[in-house]
Design a protein around this ligand. Structure first.
Ligand code: GSH
Length: 230
């Protein structure tokens, strides 16, 4: 059965940039499952799968509808236990939650500082209006003021990535020898930047960039193509 992944899209439906959605499509690919993307613009997210206040990613797997990227990873792990593990056991699942939260609290703000206006420009007009209204309320200033406050260089992101750089100097993945959901959680944050900004903020001879490129190449180079369906 084909799993449907509802993913945020830009004006171009092939432009899939949501960090949380990337975590899920990497997780589904990791499990080797058949899947297809259903692109959803900002203004249609809330009503996904008959909801009224949903956020994406949402997946439909047969009769099951699951929302929230970490819940989806847990669902896939429980329901496709015979496929490669996303957590490597209960302790790995518990530790993954820490990585998920670290990524959202530490990396996401650094990424947003660099690409907020790029996201805005990539949206269809109705979605731009939605994005402006909701984000300006969230930030307490205009998108332009928010963007102007933050210099467009990699300093903040590089600093936030220091623990990951240290880890990846001694092991290939956060999961060890092979990637686990924890890797995809951090990959999602950086892929958000990669799919929205034309500047390569990850550069130089770093373990993080080598790791990121390896993940971009996985699953048929899915991360490089931003393709719609497996
Ligand atoms: N904790 C959720 C976060 C999901 C989330 O924030 N999704 C964003 C897209 S990246 C969304 O649906 N935004 C809709 C909106 O802002 O109205 C997860 O991990 O799935």
């Amino acid at each position: 059965m084909t799993i449907q992944i509802y993913e945020l899209c830009g004006a171009d439906q092939k432009h899939l940039f949501s960090p949380h959605c990337w975590k899920v499509r990497m997780a589904v690919a990791h499990k080797g499952l058949q899947w297809e993307t259903i692109p959803v613009p900002f203004t249609e997210v809330a009503a996904t799968e008959g909801g009224d206040s949903r956020r994406v990613p949402v997946i439909r797997d047969g009769d099951n509808v699951v929302e929230e990227s970490f819940e989806i990873a847990k669902y896939l792990e429980a329901n496709y236990a015979d496929k490669p593990s996303l957590f490597g056991g209960a302790a790995g699942e518990a530790l993954s939650l820490q990585i998920v939260n670290w990524s959202v609290v530490t990396l996401h703000p650094e990424v947003a500082k660099l690409c907020l206006m790029d996201i805005y420009k990539a949206l269809a007009p109705a979605d731009q209006e939605f994005f402006r209204t909701t984000r300006e309320k969230m930030f307490g200033c205009t998108l332009e003021e928010f963007s102007a406050k933050h210099p467009k260089n990699a300093d903040g992101l590089t600093k936030a990535l220091t623990p990951l750089e240290m880890t990846l100097k001694t092991q290939s993945f956060i999961g060890g020898a092979t990637p686990l959901f924890a890797d995809y959680a951090v990959f999602g944050a950086l892929q958000w930047l990669n799919t929205t900004s034309s500047t390569d903020y990850l550069s130089g001879d770093t373990a993080v960039l080598r790791w990121f490129n390896t993940l971009l190449d996985m699953y048929d180079g899915m991360g490089r193509k931003g393709k719609l369906a497996a």
